[in-house]
Design a protein around this ligand. Structure first.
Ligand code: SAM
Ligand code: SF4
Length: 360
């Protein structure tokens, strides 16, 4: 007998609870990205304006108990299998260590990772590891002090370097380093950064610059593409595709060797969200610091969970929050509209939010 689909709710989503965070194209989100704050202590030109943004009022930001509840709903009911805490800059949240400890108590086996700019990490790395953080990504686009200042508008490179060292000493492994290359600023620094990471056993991932800057300064002509990144690295290194399966990961991994040497030095990842989008394999569900579900980084629609979260704490409310989250994910667009082969950016409209306000 053919299966009879369950009745559809108002969103058109079949009214069944067993499907987790599935969208209408059959993708199931198991990777939760949760922003802990919209605030940040850097002003990266590809993300934030020089003067910062209008920060959310404190009472609009998810509290620690709300975060713990949302992650619990995601993991216990909706099939979330891994969690990444991000921002803004998550380290500026004073209760970060307590949040991680509470999440770890409730979910002993959940991989919990953190994306941070590394400022202030030196002081907190051991506490984060002790609280149960699984691993972390530190964003560092260059080893050059002048270029770092130009990119982030803050003179904090030494703090970031000390933070990475402290994270390694605290046993947080693997350490991944995220880098965005900007033309004329740090596009010549990629090979040096890769050599530095390989020597220390860190995994470097280059991220194509996306049109998510608050200044709306991104241009397709100005961005450094994944193909150009590979080219830029090729003077110093030979990159060959990593034979291991990509398994839905956003980064395409390459094995790295020196010219003329068979010795494998490590791997490098390249995240080509613009020129080689991986929307068909996307497993991400994002929640902003104020509790809005964004089914995609480039979503122009958001679904607010905060009113439901604050309406009470009974079982029935959990049902309502879970259903609204599922509805939001059901409506996830098929693709973000950039980089269609031969067509370019056909449907793409830059979202109002910057990367820092979404939670990258
Ligand atoms: N503040 C933390 C950090 O910088 O790691 C966490 C939040 S930040 C929004 C997360 C990641 O997004 C960083 O690795 C950053 O480099 C990246 N990012 C920000 N704006 C971007 C853009 N326009 N294109 C590509 N990556 C971007
Ligand atoms: Fe802050 Fe991260 Fe955005 Fe840089 S990329 S401004 S560190 S949120």
């Amino acid at each position: 007998m053919p299966e009879v689909p369950p009745p559809a709710g108002r969103s058109g989503r079949p009214d069944a609870t067993g499907q987790g965070l599935m969208d209408q194209f059959g993708r199931v989100a198991t990777d939760m990205r949760l922003s802990l704050t919209d605030k940040c202590n850097l002003r990266c030109t590809y993300c934030m304006p020089e003067d910062g943004l209008d920060w959310l009022k404190k009472d609009k930001v998810l509290t620690a108990p709300e975060i713990v509840r949302l992650v619990g709903l995601g993991v216990d009911r909706l099939g979330v299998r891994e969690l990444r805490l991000t921002g803004g800059e998550p380290l500026v949240r004073a209760d970060l260590v307590q949040i991680i400890a509470a999440l770890r108590r409730n979910h002993p086996a959940l991989p919990i990772s953190l994306t941070t700019n590394g400022v202030g990490l030196a002081k907190k790395a051991q506490a984060l590891a002790d609280a149960g953080l699984t691993r972390l990504n530190v964003s560092m686009d260059t080893l050059n002090h002048d270029a770092f200042l130009q990119l982030t508008r803050r003179p904090f490179l030494d703090q970031v370097l000390a933070g990475i060292e402290a994270a390694a000493a605290a046993g947080l492994r693997p350490i991944k380093v995220n880098a965005v290359l900007l033309r004329g600023v740090n596009d010549g620094h990629g090979a040096e950064l890769l050599a530095w990471c390989l020597e220390r056993g860190y995994e470097l991932r280059f991220i194509e610059q996306m049109p998510l800057d608050a200044d709306h300064g991104w241009t397709r002509e100005g961005m450094i593409t994944a193909a150009q990144i590979r080219e830029l690295l090729s003077d110093a290194f030979v990159l060959t595709p990593d034979p291991r399966s990509r398994d839905g990961a956003p980064a395409e991994r390459f094995e790295v060797r020196r010219h003329g040497s068979p010795d494998l030095l490590g791997t490098v990842g390249i995240i080509a969200s613009v020129t080689e989008p991986f929307c068909a394999d996307c497993r991400r569900t994002r929640i902003t610091a104020e509790g809005k579900v964004m089914s995609c980084l480039f979503s122009r629609t958001e679904v607010d969970l905060l009113p439901l979260l604050r309406a009470g704490s009974a079982q029935s409310d959990d049902d309502a929050v879970a259903a609204r989250w599922q509805d939001a994910m059901w409506a996830k667009p098929k693709a973000h509209g950039m980089g269609h082969p031969g067509l370019g950016d056909v449907d793409f409209v830059q979202p109002d939010r910057s990367m820092s306000a979404i939670g990258g």
